[in-house]
Design a protein around this ligand. Structure first.
Ligand code: LMR
Length: 334
């Protein structure tokens, strides 16, 4: 009898072990862009590395293209724990109360990826991610996308060309100032609805890196694309903090490693992805590509540099100054 209950006990223990072995930890990773973009590809890379290295103890389910949640909803879903991981653009942290992330939206603050990386890969970036803790969010990494183009159905060569145009923006007050300073009327619209808003004339134009413009087919409903490089769009990869802190320590370490490698991958491919997307927009013949002359670019900079000062109180003068110091940016030289 005793032996029998021992055998039953062992069998039950083995069964429960194998059940738990079959029940992987699931990370739902929701995002709003196409798979064939820097973020889409990096999310897939993270999934592959995480599943391989945890030998199936972790399963990452990636939901691209706003399949699961749109911009605003995904932030709420993360905080509620309905999804575990996101990579929202840095322009979407304002509604969360994290206005400092909007510093990345300041026009022309980064001249190139090297300057940007001084922040995203340095102490200022790490400090920004740390600030998310108080919102129940753990910041894991920054992922690159790229520098934005402006599009519309009329050529945008000079700031005056924006007058009265309704321009779609992300939910960032800095982007709101940017469009107002150009004389346009900004409208916040979820990314998943931009194509339709452009097609139906709800808005006249928008801004995005070429990878987003092309994969959402925005160029098919925008006659002109200006290579303004007036601002940067990139991401912070974030997880629900309670979920993250509750993971077994060995799993967390492996996932940290997978994220580090996925981040390197994202940053390695971002520029090329955007160059390729722009080439495809050109080849499609649907939009005319406008390259600004040095004088035209100067006129844009002259108008848009004001956005920095206008948003000092919102973002924090110290943060803006610390970025200037790190990158050597001087607004007086624009
Ligand atoms: C946008 O809304 O335009 C972008 O943030 C989309 C994205 O995630 O790249």
């Amino acid at each position: 009898m005793k032996l029998h209950s021992l055998v039953v006990g062992i069998a039950a223990a083995v069964l429960s072990l194998s059940v738990s072995a079959q029940q992987p930890i699931v990370i739902k990773f929701s995002h709003v862009v196409a798979v064939d973009t820097p973020k889409g590809k990096a999310a897939e890379r993270f999934k592959m590395l995480a599943e391989e290295r945890t030998k199936g103890r972790v399963k990452v389910e990636v939901y691209p293209n706003s399949q699961l949640y749109k911009d605003k909803e995904e932030m709420e879903a993360l905080q509620l724990g309905a999804v575990q991981m996101l990579a929202p653009s840095l322009a979407k942290f304002g509604p969360l109360g994290e206005r400092e992330f909007e510093v990345f939206d300041l026009p022309y603050i980064f001249d190139n990826y090297a300057d940007l990386h001084k922040i995203t890969q340095g102490p200022i970036g790490a400090n920004l991610l740390k600030k998310l803790d108080s919102k129940g969010i753990h910041g894991l990494a920054f992922w690159d996308n790229g520098f934005k183009v402006m599009s519309a159905n009329k050529p945008l060569r000079m700031p005056a060309d924006f007058k009265g145009l309704k321009m779609r923006i992300q939910s960032s007050k800095v982007l709101d100032s940017q469009m107002r300073d150009l004389g346009a009327i900004p409208q916040v619209i979820a990314f998943s609805e931009v194509y339709q808003a452009l097609q139906t004339g709800v808005v006249d134009g928008t801004e995005n890196p070429p990878s987003n413009l092309y994969t959402q087919k925005m160029h098919e409903v925008q006659k002109y694309v200006t290579l303004s490089d007036h601002g940067y769009l990139g991401y912070a990869v974030i997880v629900n903090k309670k979920f993250w802190d509750g993971l077994p320590a060995d799993i967390r370490t492996i996932l940290d490693g997978a994220m580090k490698d996925a981040t390197k991958y994202a940053d390695d491919i971002a520029k090329q992805e955007n160059d390729d997307a722009l080439a495809k927009v050109k080849a499609s013949g649907k939009s005319e590509i406008i390259t600004l002359t040095p004088e035209e670019k100067k006129a844009w900079k002259k108008v848009l540099v004001k956005v920095h000062q206008e948003n000092e109180a919102r973002i924090g003068k110290d943060l803006i100054q610390s970025i200037y110091k790190e990158t050597g940016f001087d607004p007086a030289k624009l």
